[in-house]
Write a protein that binds this ligand. Structure first.
Ligand code: HEC
Length: 134
């Protein structure tokens, strides 16, 4: 019985650990400010980052190649053609709630598109752009 209660408490608390988009924005911004004092995330910079053709991958030149240039729109995988849910958390409520998922996809997509890991400043700008999309 004690064990069952413990498992239940654990399950509940894990659920409560779901993060919010602004948590990620704040965390990456604070990280960026360490090397760029006064850093403040900027949606226009995020938009330019997302649509920039990085010239690394022919098939995946930019983030918008799969996610479209409007974060409120569903995306389409440029290689497999599979539909990707919109990145905007006001459209897809699970977006930017799971740290493991956010990190996994930033890592994978940045490597493919940009050819390296994205910096905390780039991540903060990208999130600012995505959550601000109207
Ligand atoms: C090859 C197509 C493709 C490209 C190009 C791409 N993504 Fe993605 N992205 C995906 C897929 C697929 C997922 C995960 C599936 C899902 O969550 O719907 C994803 C998920 C994400 C997530 C997870 C968000 C969350 O919390 O659910 C982030 C952040 C993200 N992408 C950022 C980027 C950035 C930044 C770039 C450009 C550097 C980029 N993506 C380029 C296909 C792509």
């Amino acid at each position: 019985m004690k064990n069952a209660l413990f498992a239940l408490a654990l399950a509940v608390s894990q659920n409560l650990w779901a993060e919010t988009p602004s948590h990620f924005l704040d965390t990456y911004s604070a990280e960026a400010a360490k090397s760029q004092p006064g850093f403040s995330a900027n949606a226009a910079r995020g938009k330019a980052f997302a649509s920039r053709n990085w010239g690394v991958s022919e098939k995946l030149p930019s983030c918008t190649a799969c996610h479209t240039d409007n974060p409120r729109n569903p995306g389409r995988h440029a290689v497999t053609g599979k539909t990707i849910e919109a990145l905007s958390p006001s459209v897809s409520t699970a977006r930017f709630s799971d740290p493991a998922k956010v990190e996994k996809w930033f890592k994978r997509n940045c490597k493919e598109v940009v050819g390296r890991a994205c910096s905390p400043a780039e991540k903060a700008d990208f999130i600012q752009f995505v959550i601000g999309a109207r």
